[in-house]
Design a protein around this ligand. Structure first.
Ligand SMILES: [Ca+2]
Length: 200
């Protein structure tokens, strides 16, 4: 039978790794500092503490095991069509049609942001969500101070665009950007209901 300690130590290690990952996610900046696990040497002088076998496990092995488990879970989500992967990014939708601010809020609440394709592969990944829903989707791009000049919502200049013919044409009146069901982009007002697609 597994001892209490042999179950608990990996669980704590997994929790700490998960928590550290969460601390790096946008929208999760207020998590408290996490104390370090006691080291093997710290425990040696404490005769009342038996040294669990699991502390012999190399932390790198624990991380490798967690990575393996996460990859398997991602595989299941991809198989079920719940997520699309492109490079380091994961795209997903909650299937809801809302305005730009609400869509962005939903994505940030989940620890992500609005889908912001930065190359053809990412654009294709977002399109592969937009197509089956057959709904246009807002992207994480907004018009800057200068009409016709669009930027990522973090203020950085665009490094990739996929404008539809003659777009953007709003000249200051269409401050958001939607993806059409063919993957091309159109500047559009921000208060329409569009499919929420997030990236993580
Ligand atoms: Ca337009």
């Amino acid at each position: 039978m597994l001892s209490y300690s042999s179950c608990m130590i990996p669980a704590v290690a997994a929790l700490l790794v998960t928590c550290h990952a969460l601390r790096e996610c946008p929208g999760n900046t207020e998590l408290p500092e996490i104390p370090a696990l006691p080291q093997r040497d710290d425990l040696k002088g404490q005769s009342h503490l038996s040294l669990p076998n699991s502390l012999d496990t190399d932390p790198l092995d624990v991380i490798a095991d967690l990575k393996h488990r996460l990859c398997r879970l991602e595989g299941v989500l991809v198989l079920n069509g719940k997520i699309r992967k492109a490079g380091d990014k994961i795209f997903a939708s909650n299937g809801k049609k809302v305005d730009f601010a609400s869509a962005l809020g939903s994505c940030e609440e989940a620890g992500g942001t609005l889908a912001t394709p930065m190359n053809e592969e990412e654009n294709q990944a977002v399109l592969s969500i937009v197509k089956p829903y057959n709904q246009y989707a807002y992207l994480g791009i907004k018009e800057g101070e200068t009409p016709g000049q669009f930027k990522y919502i973090n203020g950085m200049p665009l490094s990739y665009t996929k404008w539809y013919k003659y777009e953007p044409n709003g000249k200051g009146t269409e401050k958001c950007v939607e993806m059409y069901t063919d993957g091309t982009w159109n500047d559009k007002r921000c208060n329409l209901n569009r499919l929420t697609v997030c990236e993580f």
